[in-house]
Design a protein around this ligand. Structure first.
Ligand SMILES: [Zn+2]
Length: 481
Protein backbone atom coordinates (compact mmCIF):
# COMPACT_ATOMS: atom_id res chain seq x y z
CA UNK A 1 0.00 0.00 0.00
CA UNK A 2 1.02 3.64 -0.37
CA UNK A 3 0.86 6.51 2.01
CA UNK A 4 -1.24 9.24 0.55
CA UNK A 5 0.83 12.25 1.42
CA UNK A 6 2.52 13.24 -1.83
CA UNK A 7 5.31 15.05 -0.02
CA UNK A 8 6.60 11.85 1.54
CA UNK A 9 5.18 9.02 -0.47
CA UNK A 10 6.13 5.63 0.89
CA UNK A 11 5.11 2.55 -1.03
CA UNK A 12 5.41 -1.06 -0.12
CA UNK A 13 3.39 -3.08 -2.62
CA UNK A 14 4.20 -6.35 -0.87
CA UNK A 15 1.96 -5.46 2.08
CA UNK A 16 -1.51 -6.79 1.45
CA UNK A 17 -4.88 -6.33 3.11
CA UNK A 18 -5.16 -6.79 6.84
CA UNK A 19 -2.84 -4.70 8.87
CA UNK A 20 -2.08 -1.55 6.88
CA UNK A 21 0.86 -0.69 9.11
CA UNK A 22 3.18 -3.63 9.44
CA UNK A 23 6.46 -3.38 7.59
CA UNK A 24 5.87 0.22 6.61
CA UNK A 25 8.81 2.44 5.88
CA UNK A 26 8.31 5.81 7.53
CA UNK A 27 9.66 8.87 5.83
CA UNK A 28 10.49 11.87 7.92
CA UNK A 29 9.52 15.46 7.31
CA UNK A 30 12.95 16.40 8.66
CA UNK A 31 13.43 17.81 12.09
CA UNK A 32 9.76 18.29 12.89
CA UNK A 33 7.51 15.25 12.56
CA UNK A 34 4.30 17.27 12.99
CA UNK A 35 3.90 19.77 10.18
CA UNK A 36 1.86 22.92 10.59
CA UNK A 37 -0.15 22.12 7.50
CA UNK A 38 -0.59 19.32 5.00
CA UNK A 39 -0.99 19.20 1.23
CA UNK A 40 -4.57 18.72 0.03
CA UNK A 41 -5.91 15.35 -1.02
CA UNK A 42 -6.15 14.54 -4.70
CA UNK A 43 -9.53 14.57 -6.43
CA UNK A 44 -9.29 10.81 -6.86
CA UNK A 45 -8.72 10.18 -3.14
CA UNK A 46 -10.43 7.13 -1.70
CA UNK A 47 -9.81 6.14 1.94
CA UNK A 48 -7.76 3.06 2.80
CA UNK A 49 -9.76 -0.16 3.03
CA UNK A 50 -13.05 1.30 1.76
CA UNK A 51 -15.34 -1.51 0.59
CA UNK A 52 -16.51 -1.28 -3.02
CA UNK A 53 -19.92 -2.82 -2.13
CA UNK A 54 -19.89 -4.82 -5.37
CA UNK A 55 -21.13 -8.34 -4.61
CA UNK A 56 -22.48 -11.51 -6.17
CA UNK A 57 -25.92 -12.87 -5.32
CA UNK A 58 -27.46 -15.90 -7.05
CA UNK A 59 -24.84 -15.70 -9.78
CA UNK A 60 -25.50 -12.02 -10.52
CA UNK A 61 -22.99 -9.26 -9.83
CA UNK A 62 -24.45 -6.11 -8.25
CA UNK A 63 -22.56 -2.83 -8.05
CA UNK A 64 -23.70 0.41 -6.38
CA UNK A 65 -24.57 3.46 -8.44
CA UNK A 66 -22.22 6.41 -7.89
CA UNK A 67 -24.50 9.44 -7.88
CA UNK A 68 -23.12 12.52 -9.64
CA UNK A 69 -26.19 14.78 -9.53
CA UNK A 70 -29.78 14.37 -8.47
CA UNK A 71 -32.78 16.57 -9.26
CA UNK A 72 -35.44 15.53 -6.79
CA UNK A 73 -39.01 16.81 -6.43
CA UNK A 74 -41.47 16.17 -3.65
CA UNK A 75 -45.08 16.94 -4.50
CA UNK A 76 -47.28 16.97 -1.41
CA UNK A 77 -51.03 16.69 -1.99
CA UNK A 78 -52.52 17.78 1.33
CA UNK A 79 -56.07 16.89 0.34
CA UNK A 80 -55.18 13.38 -0.79
CA UNK A 81 -52.54 13.01 1.97
CA UNK A 82 -50.01 11.66 -0.50
CA UNK A 83 -46.43 12.60 -1.26
CA UNK A 84 -44.92 11.85 -4.66
CA UNK A 85 -41.19 11.73 -5.31
CA UNK A 86 -39.70 12.31 -8.75
CA UNK A 87 -35.98 11.90 -9.15
CA UNK A 88 -33.62 12.39 -12.07
CA UNK A 89 -30.19 10.97 -11.28
CA UNK A 90 -26.99 11.11 -13.27
CA UNK A 91 -24.73 8.29 -12.14
CA UNK A 92 -21.58 6.37 -12.93
CA UNK A 93 -20.44 2.81 -12.29
CA UNK A 94 -17.07 2.02 -10.66
CA UNK A 95 -17.26 -1.63 -11.65
CA UNK A 96 -19.20 -3.84 -14.04
CA UNK A 97 -22.46 -4.95 -12.47
CA UNK A 98 -26.18 -4.52 -12.10
CA UNK A 99 -26.68 -1.05 -10.63
CA UNK A 100 -28.35 -0.74 -7.26
CA UNK A 101 -29.29 2.03 -4.84
CA UNK A 102 -31.18 2.52 -1.60
CA UNK A 103 -34.69 3.95 -1.25
CA UNK A 104 -37.33 3.08 1.34
CA UNK A 105 -40.46 4.05 -0.55
CA UNK A 106 -43.05 2.62 -2.91
CA UNK A 107 -41.45 2.76 -6.33
CA UNK A 108 -43.83 3.24 -9.27
CA UNK A 109 -41.54 3.41 -12.28
CA UNK A 110 -37.87 3.50 -13.20
CA UNK A 111 -36.45 4.66 -16.53
CA UNK A 112 -32.83 4.08 -17.49
CA UNK A 113 -31.68 6.38 -20.30
CA UNK A 114 -35.36 7.07 -21.15
CA UNK A 115 -36.39 3.40 -21.29
CA UNK A 116 -38.65 1.84 -18.69
CA UNK A 117 -36.80 -0.95 -16.89
CA UNK A 118 -37.84 -3.58 -14.40
CA UNK A 119 -36.38 -3.62 -10.92
CA UNK A 120 -36.34 -5.75 -7.79
CA UNK A 121 -35.38 -5.64 -4.15
CA UNK A 122 -32.15 -7.25 -3.01
CA UNK A 123 -30.54 -7.70 0.40
CA UNK A 124 -26.97 -6.92 1.40
CA UNK A 125 -24.70 -9.99 1.28
CA UNK A 126 -23.59 -9.90 4.93
CA UNK A 127 -26.82 -10.18 6.85
CA UNK A 128 -27.05 -6.52 7.84
CA UNK A 129 -30.74 -6.39 6.88
CA UNK A 130 -30.14 -3.62 4.34
CA UNK A 131 -32.55 -3.61 1.41
CA UNK A 132 -31.61 -2.14 -1.94
CA UNK A 133 -33.33 -1.64 -5.29
CA UNK A 134 -31.53 -3.22 -8.24
CA UNK A 135 -32.18 -2.69 -11.95
CA UNK A 136 -32.49 -5.55 -14.44
CA UNK A 137 -29.25 -5.52 -16.40
CA UNK A 138 -25.53 -5.02 -16.00
CA UNK A 139 -23.76 -1.75 -16.88
CA UNK A 140 -20.12 -0.97 -17.55
CA UNK A 141 -17.97 1.72 -15.98
CA UNK A 142 -16.71 4.57 -18.12
CA UNK A 143 -19.88 6.41 -19.05
CA UNK A 144 -22.63 8.37 -17.38
CA UNK A 145 -26.19 7.10 -17.12
CA UNK A 146 -29.53 8.78 -16.46
CA UNK A 147 -32.12 7.29 -14.17
CA UNK A 148 -35.66 8.62 -13.74
CA UNK A 149 -37.59 7.40 -10.76
CA UNK A 150 -41.17 7.93 -9.62
CA UNK A 151 -42.22 6.83 -6.15
CA UNK A 152 -44.51 7.51 -3.23
CA UNK A 153 -42.95 8.44 0.10
CA UNK A 154 -43.92 6.12 2.91
CA UNK A 155 -46.71 7.61 5.06
CA UNK A 156 -44.54 7.27 8.16
CA UNK A 157 -41.93 9.68 6.78
CA UNK A 158 -44.12 12.78 6.96
CA UNK A 159 -47.42 14.03 8.37
CA UNK A 160 -50.41 15.87 7.01
CA UNK A 161 -52.09 18.03 9.62
CA UNK A 162 -53.90 21.36 10.02
CA UNK A 163 -54.28 21.77 6.29
CA UNK A 164 -50.60 21.35 5.53
CA UNK A 165 -47.56 19.08 5.48
CA UNK A 166 -44.87 18.36 8.04
CA UNK A 167 -41.62 16.74 6.91
CA UNK A 168 -38.46 16.46 8.99
CA UNK A 169 -35.46 14.42 7.86
CA UNK A 170 -35.06 12.79 11.26
CA UNK A 171 -31.94 10.65 10.97
CA UNK A 172 -29.85 8.65 13.38
CA UNK A 173 -26.47 6.93 13.24
CA UNK A 174 -27.31 4.62 16.15
CA UNK A 175 -29.12 1.31 16.37
CA UNK A 176 -31.33 0.88 13.31
CA UNK A 177 -29.75 3.83 11.56
CA UNK A 178 -31.71 5.93 9.12
CA UNK A 179 -30.44 8.44 6.62
CA UNK A 180 -31.89 10.16 3.54
CA UNK A 181 -32.97 6.83 1.98
CA UNK A 182 -36.21 7.29 3.89
CA UNK A 183 -37.10 10.22 1.62
CA UNK A 184 -35.04 9.95 -1.55
CA UNK A 185 -32.76 7.60 -3.50
CA UNK A 186 -29.14 7.45 -2.39
CA UNK A 187 -26.10 5.21 -2.52
CA UNK A 188 -23.72 4.58 0.40
CA UNK A 189 -22.29 7.02 2.93
CA UNK A 190 -19.10 7.44 0.93
CA UNK A 191 -21.06 8.68 -2.10
CA UNK A 192 -21.15 12.48 -2.25
CA UNK A 193 -23.31 14.17 -4.87
CA UNK A 194 -25.01 17.48 -5.54
CA UNK A 195 -28.73 17.46 -4.82
CA UNK A 196 -31.30 19.93 -6.07
CA UNK A 197 -34.54 19.45 -4.13
CA UNK A 198 -37.86 20.99 -5.15
CA UNK A 199 -40.73 21.05 -2.64
CA UNK A 200 -44.26 21.70 -3.94
CA UNK A 201 -47.42 21.70 -1.81
CA UNK A 202 -50.84 21.23 -3.40
CA UNK A 203 -54.24 21.92 -1.81
CA UNK A 204 -52.87 23.47 1.35
CA UNK A 205 -54.88 25.75 3.61
CA UNK A 206 -52.06 26.72 5.96
CA UNK A 207 -48.80 28.67 5.90
CA UNK A 208 -45.49 26.80 5.78
CA UNK A 209 -41.92 27.53 6.79
CA UNK A 210 -38.75 25.80 5.62
CA UNK A 211 -35.57 25.20 7.62
CA UNK A 212 -32.65 23.56 5.85
CA UNK A 213 -28.87 23.26 5.58
CA UNK A 214 -29.02 23.88 1.83
CA UNK A 215 -29.36 27.12 -0.11
CA UNK A 216 -33.13 27.60 -0.29
CA UNK A 217 -35.12 29.80 -2.65
CA UNK A 218 -38.78 30.44 -1.94
CA UNK A 219 -40.63 30.38 -5.26
CA UNK A 220 -43.97 31.16 -3.64
CA UNK A 221 -45.80 30.21 -0.45
CA UNK A 222 -46.20 26.63 -1.64
CA UNK A 223 -42.94 25.92 -3.47
CA UNK A 224 -39.24 26.00 -2.61
CA UNK A 225 -36.02 24.97 -4.32
CA UNK A 226 -33.01 23.88 -2.27
CA UNK A 227 -29.50 23.37 -3.65
CA UNK A 228 -27.10 21.34 -1.52
CA UNK A 229 -23.29 21.38 -1.92
CA UNK A 230 -21.66 18.50 -3.78
CA UNK A 231 -19.80 17.19 -0.72
CA UNK A 232 -23.07 16.22 0.96
CA UNK A 233 -23.86 12.53 1.39
CA UNK A 234 -26.90 10.56 2.52
CA UNK A 235 -26.30 11.55 6.15
CA UNK A 236 -26.01 15.28 5.43
CA UNK A 237 -29.37 16.67 4.30
CA UNK A 238 -31.43 18.62 6.80
CA UNK A 239 -34.93 19.49 5.59
CA UNK A 240 -37.73 20.66 7.86
CA UNK A 241 -40.90 21.79 6.11
CA UNK A 242 -43.67 22.58 8.54
CA UNK A 243 -46.90 24.49 9.08
CA UNK A 244 -46.32 24.62 12.83
CA UNK A 245 -47.31 28.04 14.12
CA UNK A 246 -45.43 28.06 17.40
CA UNK A 247 -41.79 28.02 16.25
CA UNK A 248 -39.58 30.93 17.28
CA UNK A 249 -36.55 31.62 15.10
CA UNK A 250 -33.51 33.82 15.59
CA UNK A 251 -30.78 34.47 13.04
CA UNK A 252 -27.38 36.04 13.58
CA UNK A 253 -24.00 36.23 11.88
CA UNK A 254 -20.95 34.75 13.59
CA UNK A 255 -17.71 36.17 12.20
CA UNK A 256 -15.66 33.03 11.72
CA UNK A 257 -11.95 32.82 11.00
CA UNK A 258 -12.47 32.54 7.26
CA UNK A 259 -16.08 33.46 6.62
CA UNK A 260 -19.25 34.94 7.99
CA UNK A 261 -21.34 32.07 9.30
CA UNK A 262 -25.08 32.57 9.09
CA UNK A 263 -26.56 30.94 12.19
CA UNK A 264 -30.25 30.14 12.68
CA UNK A 265 -31.64 28.81 15.94
CA UNK A 266 -35.28 27.83 16.26
CA UNK A 267 -37.55 26.10 18.73
CA UNK A 268 -41.02 26.15 20.17
CA UNK A 269 -39.37 27.20 23.44
CA UNK A 270 -38.19 30.82 23.50
CA UNK A 271 -35.73 30.28 26.35
CA UNK A 272 -33.95 27.53 24.39
CA UNK A 273 -33.47 29.90 21.45
CA UNK A 274 -32.14 32.59 23.77
CA UNK A 275 -29.77 30.22 25.56
CA UNK A 276 -28.47 28.63 22.35
CA UNK A 277 -27.87 32.03 20.75
CA UNK A 278 -25.94 33.05 23.87
CA UNK A 279 -23.86 29.83 23.87
CA UNK A 280 -22.97 29.34 20.22
CA UNK A 281 -20.43 32.17 19.67
CA UNK A 282 -18.07 30.87 22.35
CA UNK A 283 -18.40 27.33 20.99
CA UNK A 284 -17.58 28.46 17.45
CA UNK A 285 -14.58 30.37 18.81
CA UNK A 286 -13.34 27.34 20.75
CA UNK A 287 -13.71 24.87 17.90
CA UNK A 288 -12.24 27.19 15.25
CA UNK A 289 -9.25 27.82 17.53
CA UNK A 290 -8.73 24.14 18.28
CA UNK A 291 -9.59 22.54 14.92
CA UNK A 292 -9.57 25.21 12.25
CA UNK A 293 -12.13 27.29 10.35
CA UNK A 294 -15.74 26.10 10.22
CA UNK A 295 -16.17 24.34 6.88
CA UNK A 296 -19.83 25.04 6.06
CA UNK A 297 -21.63 28.23 5.08
CA UNK A 298 -24.45 28.13 7.63
CA UNK A 299 -25.41 26.51 10.92
CA UNK A 300 -28.99 25.63 11.85
CA UNK A 301 -30.02 24.35 15.28
CA UNK A 302 -33.49 23.03 16.07
CA UNK A 303 -33.58 23.14 19.86
CA UNK A 304 -35.97 21.08 21.92
CA UNK A 305 -36.53 19.98 25.51
CA UNK A 306 -36.25 16.25 24.81
CA UNK A 307 -33.00 14.35 24.81
CA UNK A 308 -33.12 12.91 21.28
CA UNK A 309 -31.42 14.42 18.27
CA UNK A 310 -28.90 14.14 15.48
CA UNK A 311 -26.13 15.99 13.70
CA UNK A 312 -26.19 17.03 10.05
CA UNK A 313 -23.78 19.06 7.95
CA UNK A 314 -23.98 22.47 9.59
CA UNK A 315 -27.21 21.60 11.38
CA UNK A 316 -28.56 19.71 14.35
CA UNK A 317 -31.67 18.71 16.22
CA UNK A 318 -30.60 18.82 19.85
CA UNK A 319 -31.13 19.66 23.48
CA UNK A 320 -29.21 22.55 25.00
CA UNK A 321 -27.04 20.09 26.94
CA UNK A 322 -25.80 18.42 23.75
CA UNK A 323 -25.42 21.56 21.63
CA UNK A 324 -21.62 21.66 22.08
CA UNK A 325 -21.25 17.97 21.23
CA UNK A 326 -23.47 18.43 18.18
CA UNK A 327 -21.70 21.55 16.93
CA UNK A 328 -18.34 19.75 17.17
CA UNK A 329 -19.86 17.13 14.86
CA UNK A 330 -19.88 19.77 12.12
CA UNK A 331 -16.07 19.37 12.28
CA UNK A 332 -15.90 15.64 13.02
CA UNK A 333 -18.77 13.54 11.61
CA UNK A 334 -20.19 16.02 9.11
CA UNK A 335 -17.00 17.93 8.27
CA UNK A 336 -14.75 14.86 8.11
CA UNK A 337 -17.32 12.14 7.45
CA UNK A 338 -17.25 8.41 8.22
CA UNK A 339 -17.28 6.36 4.99
CA UNK A 340 -19.18 3.52 6.65
CA UNK A 341 -20.86 2.80 9.98
CA UNK A 342 -17.79 0.84 11.08
CA UNK A 343 -15.79 4.07 10.95
CA UNK A 344 -18.40 6.15 12.78
CA UNK A 345 -16.61 5.56 16.09
CA UNK A 346 -13.93 8.11 15.16
CA UNK A 347 -16.06 11.23 15.39
CA UNK A 348 -17.87 10.01 18.49
CA UNK A 349 -14.55 9.28 20.16
CA UNK A 350 -13.30 12.79 19.39
CA UNK A 351 -16.52 14.52 20.48
CA UNK A 352 -16.85 12.35 23.59
CA UNK A 353 -13.22 13.03 24.53
CA UNK A 354 -14.03 16.73 24.60
CA UNK A 355 -17.24 16.01 26.57
CA UNK A 356 -14.94 14.54 29.22
CA UNK A 357 -12.58 17.53 29.24
CA UNK A 358 -9.80 16.09 27.09
CA UNK A 359 -8.52 13.77 29.81
CA UNK A 360 -5.27 11.89 29.36
CA UNK A 361 -5.05 8.14 30.00
CA UNK A 362 -2.88 7.08 32.96
CA UNK A 363 -1.24 4.23 31.02
CA UNK A 364 -0.80 2.73 27.56
CA UNK A 365 -2.08 -0.58 26.19
CA UNK A 366 -3.31 -1.83 29.55
CA UNK A 367 -7.06 -1.79 28.90
CA UNK A 368 -9.01 -4.81 27.68
CA UNK A 369 -9.26 -5.20 23.93
CA UNK A 370 -12.30 -3.53 22.37
CA UNK A 371 -14.12 -3.68 19.08
CA UNK A 372 -14.98 -0.35 17.50
CA UNK A 373 -14.61 -1.04 13.79
CA UNK A 374 -14.62 -4.82 13.30
CA UNK A 375 -17.97 -4.81 11.53
CA UNK A 376 -19.44 -5.40 8.11
CA UNK A 377 -19.03 -2.48 5.70
CA UNK A 378 -22.78 -2.81 5.08
CA UNK A 379 -23.52 -1.93 8.69
CA UNK A 380 -24.76 1.65 8.84
CA UNK A 381 -24.82 2.36 12.55
CA UNK A 382 -22.01 3.46 14.83
CA UNK A 383 -20.95 0.97 17.51
CA UNK A 384 -22.58 1.75 20.86
CA UNK A 385 -19.25 1.58 22.70
CA UNK A 386 -17.77 4.35 20.51
CA UNK A 387 -18.18 6.86 23.32
CA UNK A 388 -16.75 4.96 26.30
CA UNK A 389 -14.08 2.98 24.48
CA UNK A 390 -13.50 5.61 21.80
CA UNK A 391 -12.66 8.41 24.19
CA UNK A 392 -10.44 6.08 26.25
CA UNK A 393 -8.53 5.29 23.09
CA UNK A 394 -8.16 8.97 22.17
CA UNK A 395 -7.00 9.62 25.74
CA UNK A 396 -4.30 6.96 25.33
CA UNK A 397 -3.21 8.45 22.03
CA UNK A 398 -3.09 11.84 23.74
CA UNK A 399 -0.57 10.37 26.16
CA UNK A 400 1.35 8.59 23.42
CA UNK A 401 1.60 11.79 21.35
CA UNK A 402 2.41 14.03 24.34
CA UNK A 403 5.70 15.14 22.77
CA UNK A 404 3.77 16.43 19.76
CA UNK A 405 1.26 18.33 21.89
CA UNK A 406 -1.19 15.43 22.26
CA UNK A 407 -4.16 14.51 20.12
CA UNK A 408 -5.65 17.96 19.56
CA UNK A 409 -2.97 19.06 17.03
CA UNK A 410 -3.43 15.69 15.31
CA UNK A 411 -7.19 16.20 15.16
CA UNK A 412 -6.70 19.70 13.75
CA UNK A 413 -4.53 18.36 10.93
CA UNK A 414 -6.94 15.47 10.42
CA UNK A 415 -9.79 17.94 9.93
CA UNK A 416 -7.76 20.20 7.67
CA UNK A 417 -6.76 17.30 5.46
CA UNK A 418 -10.05 15.39 5.29
CA UNK A 419 -12.79 18.02 5.59
CA UNK A 420 -15.61 17.43 3.11
CA UNK A 421 -14.19 13.91 2.53
CA UNK A 422 -14.95 10.50 3.95
CA UNK A 423 -12.53 8.46 6.06
CA UNK A 424 -12.27 4.89 7.27
CA UNK A 425 -10.86 3.45 10.47
CA UNK A 426 -7.77 2.38 8.53
CA UNK A 427 -7.34 5.83 6.96
CA UNK A 428 -7.22 7.40 10.43
CA UNK A 429 -4.49 5.02 11.58
CA UNK A 430 -2.56 5.53 8.36
CA UNK A 431 -2.75 9.27 8.96
CA UNK A 432 -1.65 9.06 12.61
CA UNK A 433 1.20 6.69 11.76
CA UNK A 434 2.36 8.95 8.98
CA UNK A 435 2.39 12.02 11.20
CA UNK A 436 3.90 10.46 14.31
CA UNK A 437 6.31 8.16 12.47
CA UNK A 438 5.22 5.49 14.95
CA UNK A 439 3.97 2.00 14.28
CA UNK A 440 0.52 2.13 15.88
CA UNK A 441 -0.51 -1.37 14.92
CA UNK A 442 -0.85 -2.53 18.53
CA UNK A 443 -3.41 0.21 19.21
CA UNK A 444 -5.24 -0.32 15.92
CA UNK A 445 -5.57 -4.07 16.49
CA UNK A 446 -6.29 -4.05 20.21
CA UNK A 447 -8.73 -1.17 20.42
CA UNK A 448 -10.55 -1.04 17.07
CA UNK A 449 -10.55 -4.69 15.96
CA UNK A 450 -10.07 -6.42 19.31
CA UNK A 451 -12.49 -8.76 21.02
CA UNK A 452 -15.54 -7.16 22.46
CA UNK A 453 -15.41 -7.54 26.23
CA UNK A 454 -18.47 -8.69 28.20
CA UNK A 455 -18.45 -5.35 29.99
CA UNK A 456 -18.66 -3.48 26.73
CA UNK A 457 -21.30 -5.76 25.30
CA UNK A 458 -23.56 -5.05 28.24
CA UNK A 459 -23.28 -1.30 27.86
CA UNK A 460 -26.26 0.36 26.30
CA UNK A 461 -26.18 3.86 24.93
CA UNK A 462 -27.37 6.31 27.54
CA UNK A 463 -26.65 9.84 28.57
CA UNK A 464 -24.11 8.71 31.16
CA UNK A 465 -21.91 7.50 28.34
CA UNK A 466 -21.88 10.62 26.24
CA UNK A 467 -23.67 13.80 25.27
CA UNK A 468 -24.54 12.34 21.88
CA UNK A 469 -28.34 12.46 21.56
CA UNK A 470 -30.21 9.17 21.40
CA UNK A 471 -32.32 8.56 18.29
CA UNK A 472 -35.51 10.60 18.32
CA UNK A 473 -38.45 8.54 19.52
CA UNK A 474 -41.53 8.31 17.25
CA UNK A 475 -43.34 10.62 19.69
CA UNK A 476 -40.50 13.15 19.57
CA UNK A 477 -40.51 13.06 15.78
CA UNK A 478 -44.25 13.72 15.61
CA UNK A 479 -43.89 16.56 18.08
CA UNK A 480 -40.90 18.10 16.27
CA UNK A 481 -42.47 17.97 12.81
ZN1 LIG B 1 -22.07 12.33 18.87
Amino acid sequence: MCFLFPSFVSCNPSVEEGSPFLNETYYSYGTNPIPGTLPPLSNSYRPVNLSSKTYTLDGQVYSPMNFVTQDLSFIFDVKAKRALGKSIITFEMSEVGIPYFELLATVREIKLNNNIVSFKKIQDPEGQKQTFIALDSSLNPGGRYDLELTYELLPTQLSFASGGVKLLTNMTDLNTSRYFENWGPVSFEDDAFSLSLNLKILNSTSTHALYTNGAATKIDGTEWKINFPDYYTKSSFYVHLTNATDLISKKFIYQGLEREISVQVYSETASLVKDAVATLPSLFAEFETDYGPYAHSTFTAYMHKGSGGMEYVGATITSLGSLDHELLHSWFARGVMPAEGRSGWIDEAFASWRDYNYFQAPSLLSRAATNLAGYSPYRKSTANNSYVDGRQLVAELDRLFADFGGMKPMMKLFFERYKHRVVTNEELWNFLSSLSLMNLDAYFQRYTLGAMSPQVQSLSHDQNDSKHPHPLTPEEVLNLR
